[in-house]
Design a protein around this ligand. Structure first.
Ligand SMILES: Cc1cc2nc3c(=O)[nH]c(=O)nc-3n(C[C@H](O)[C@H](O)[C@H](O)COP(=O)(O)OP(=O)(O)OC[C@H]3O[C@@H](n4cnc5c(N)ncnc54)[C@H](O)[C@@H]3O)c2cc1C
Length: 510
């Protein structure tokens, strides 16, 4: 099946990434920051334009915090943008405020989604990738691949010239039409909904303020104009009913807008990008075949209702990234099976959720302008994963598999820090609430940092919690050991009073 080659397995390229959208870029950053070599190829000749997914969910912002790019992303976005939804009879429903249940919470640093154009998100990831020494090979397409027991042999094409790349792993972050998914013969079950279509465009608008996301509901359909922060552009969105003119000309967009908003004083002009989106709702049957993986839109596509797609793809990448890196450094390859086991149920859940949101918006003729916790992706957990171990009561509020929350006030010898500051960098972190361990834990090939919770921190591996926030958030007692994964989920919670749960955890995945 595979092409014959004399390259020894250990000399192969570790990872080939097809696609440099948000998912592929996130994966590339995860590998680059762990020193794993890869090549990232991208069909497009240059970075993609278009605002597309303009909603970054809090969980994605937390991942960006861990990657060291959240400030850059926040700078170009608008957290908790106000939303004004106007009905045909002139009523305005105001929304977008952060509910009391989410505001000023020490465990949630980013309590709402951030509006920023997708190209800005990709730009921030590309910049980080460059800082980490990685590059995207634009204008280079994956044409086909074969795999054998020890390698993937891929044919890529640039400027009409083919090149064969041999790699140990191939990851298809190549979007909804994924070549990797098709060649791996992974079924992509689902449906196209011809009755759910939308025009989306980036354009300039005269006669409208940029103080909120404007929405108009009309019996014909909805029309939205959302100011895109860090630009002078709005994102235009208008639903299309069956048979309605779907031309993406300025004249058609203006006519649809005027009918639905009743505003003839607003002028649309200088359109920079446009598309007609139609609902294609599908989930891949598998996320892995042998040495080939798929992630992001290659594995799940659905409606943008609820703003989950891009975020879910980047979280796929964060999940796969540390595992691939660990296996490349010598961990058991069985660790890679947990990628599909953990992420496919999340993908299935996102499909159901966005379908429900889509139906709701069709019935109500607009979008839900009230913020709640359902879209933030902070509730995602891996409690049922084989990578989650817990010897405490099942009634405990915090269980292994849960997202590790932030804690705002921790004292270190270097000054006050948030827990998320200490978790930054993408390694395992052991929080030890009990006495110092008699011997260091052998976590090789993983990167493990231990933080001992003490009264007076004097050493770099010691922290204090003056107001007990850390113990409260994690429900920790004076013998608790709590291991946090590189992607920010709790791996192990043990009240056994010794390090056996932690050592056996690493032994089982090494
Ligand atoms: C109009 C619109 C609005 C949306 N709104 C939201 C939203 O509000 N929130 C949200 O979370 N999501 C939203 N989405 C979805 C979001 O844009 C996607 O989920 C996201 O782009 C997926 O990222 P990805 O990296 O997995 O795939 P893509 O962004 O599709 O990237 C795949 C990349 O792979 C490249 N590629 C393809 N084939 C090959 C090949 N053979 N070789 C090499 N490279 C290849 C492509 O050129 C592309 O750059 C929206 C999408 C659209 C279209």
């Amino acid at each position: 099946m595979a092409a014959t080659s004399t390259t020894a397995p250990q000399d192969l390229l570790p990872v080939l990434i097809a696609g440099a959208g948000p998912t592929g870029l996130m994966l590339a950053c995860e590998l680059a920051r762990r020193g794993i070599a890869f090549r990232q190829i991208e069909t497009s000749p240059a970075a993609q334009v278009g605002s597309r997914a303009k909603g970054l969910q809090p969980r994605s912002l937390e991942m960006f915090d861990n990657l060291g790019i959240v400030e850059r992303v926040l700078e170009h976005g608008w957290l908790a943008i106000p939303m004004h939804s106007k009905t045909a009879d002139g009523q305005v429903i105001y929304g977008g405020a952060i509910p009391d249940s989410l505001s000023r919470r020490p465990d949630i640093p980013y309590p709402a989604s951030l509006v920023t154009p997708q190209w800005r998100t990709e730009e921030a990831l590309r910049l980080r990738l460059r800082e980490l020494g990685g590059t995207v090979e634009f204008g280079t397409a994956l044409a086909s691949f074969e795999q054998s027991e020890d390698r993937v042999t891929a044919v890529v094409v640039k400027d009409g010239v083919s090149e064969t790349i041999q790699a140990r792993w191939l990851v298809g972050c190549d979007g909804g039409h994924s070549v990797v998914r098709k060649q791996a013969q992974i079924a992509f079950e689902g449906e196209i909904r011809e009755d759910v279509r939308m025009i989306i465009a980036d354009l300039k608008v005269d006669g409208l303020d940029r103080e909120c996301w404007h929405m108009w509901r009309h019996e014909e359909g909805s029309a939205f104009l959302c100011p895109l922060p860090s630009t002078d552009i709005f994102q235009y969105q208008a639903s299309l009913s069956l048979g309605q003119n779907a031309e993406t000309t300025l004249e058609n967009l203006q006519a649809i807008f005027e009918r639905r908003s009743g505003r003839t004083d607003i002028r649309l002009h200088d359109m920079e990008w446009s598309t007609v989106w139609r609902a294609n709702i599908r989930l891949a049957e598998r996320y892995r075949v042998g040495r080939a993986f798929i992630a992001g839109d290659a594995a799940h596509i659905h409606s943008p209702a609820g703003g989950q797609g891009m975020n879910t793809g980047m979280q796929d990448a964060a999940n796969l990234g540390w595992k691939l890196a660990a296996v490349e450094k010598g961990a058991s390859s069985a660790l890679l099976d947990t990628y599909e086991a953990e992420r496919r149920p999340i993908g299935a859940g996102v499909l159901s959720f966005s379908n429900a949101r889509l139906e709701q918006s069709r019935v109500e003729g607009g979008v839900n302008v009230q913020r709640d916790e359902s879209t933030l992706q902070l509730h995602i957990n891996y409690r049922n994963s084989s990578l989650s171990r817990d010897d405490r009561s099942e009634d405990a509020r915090m269980r292994a598999g849960d997202r590790a929350p932030d804690v705002t006030r921790l004292v270190t010898p270097g000054g006050e820090r948030r827990l998320f500051d200490l978790l930054r960098g993408g390694r395992f972190t052991l929080l030890n609430f009990g006495p110092r361990l008699a011997a260091p834990i052998d976590a090789a090939p993983f990167d493990l940092r231990t933080l001992n919770v003490v009264e007076q921190p004097r050493h770099s591996d010691e922290i204090a919690e003056p107001d007990g926030q850390l113990s409260r958030q994690f429900g920790a007692g004076d013998r608790t050991l709590l291991l946090i994964r590189p992607d920010g989920y709790v791996a192990v919670i043990s009240d056994a009073g010794d390090a056996s749960a932690i050592t056996s955890y690493f032994a089982s995945i090494s």
